[in-house]
Design a protein around this ligand. Structure first.
Ligand SMILES: [Ca+2]
Ligand SMILES: [Ca+2]
Ligand SMILES: [Ca+2]
Ligand SMILES: [Ca+2]
Length: 206
């Protein structure tokens, strides 16, 4: 009788440890998957910035309503200073700081730079933040008041790739058009930053 009871307990214990073992294995697997997700980084960097009015004594540019530019015969503004900044200290430059010097109404500048996906996930660039203003695919052109005198000083168009997909190891070339407006006081130095906001690419989002 006692042996039978003992046998039952042994059988129960064997089952119980099998269940615990299964649960443990299951938990370990879940944990491993979570671990690998956190190491898959969403990452990009800005590189190779350039602009038109980048030289000392370089004649200034202006543009028409369709952002088509021409170079004039006087040098009052510029040169423009472009500086890449790693704002979060992760080793990748994520911000482009732009300083326009001695500008005046009608002055035009065009800035180009590359965005490189150095992470492991495809990215979608949802918006661009320039001088605190958001640029989206629906609203790529924004006027900004950079010196807070309630008059817009500058009109900016972000031309390329908002909503575009960028795969790991690939890069986009971006263009930003800048026109100084009539409301801007002559001879000002204007500084603003350009940052991109990206998210994971996934099939549901496109
Ligand atoms: Ca130049
Ligand atoms: Ca110039
Ligand atoms: Ca960074
Ligand atoms: Ca202003």
């Amino acid at each position: 009788m006692l042996n039978k009871k003992l046998a039952t307990i042994l059988v129960f214990l064997t089952f119980a440890s099998a269940i615990v073992g299964f649960a443990y294995a299951h938990w370990t697997k879940t944990f491993t998957i979570k671990g690998s997700v956190t190491t898959t980084e969403l990452d990009w960097r800005l590189q190779s910035p350039s602009c038109l009015d980048d030289g000392d004594n370089e004649n200034d540019y202006t543009c028409d309503r369709s952002w088509s530019y021409t170079q004039g015969n006087k040098d009052v503004g510029g040169p423009t200073i472009l500086e890449l900044v790693d704002s979060d200290g992760d080793g990748d430059n994520d911000t482009l700081e732009v300083t326009l010097q001695n500008v005046y109404p009608g002055y035009y500048e065009r800035i180009t730079f590359d965005v490189y996906n150095n992470g492991e996930m495809p990215l979608i660039f949802r918006k661009v933040i320039i001088g605190g203003q958001e640029f989206t695919r629906d609203q790529p052109t924004v006027s900004l008041d950079l010196n807070n005198d309630s008059k817009d000083d500058i009109k900016i168009k972000f031309a390329d790739n908002i909503g575009g997909q960028l795969d790991p190891g690939d890069s986009f070339s971006e263009t930003v058009h800048i026109l100084i407006l009539q409301g801007c006081i002559e001879g000002q130095t204007l500084t603003f930053t350009i940052q991109l906001v990206a998210e994971n690419w996934s099939p549901q989002q496109t």
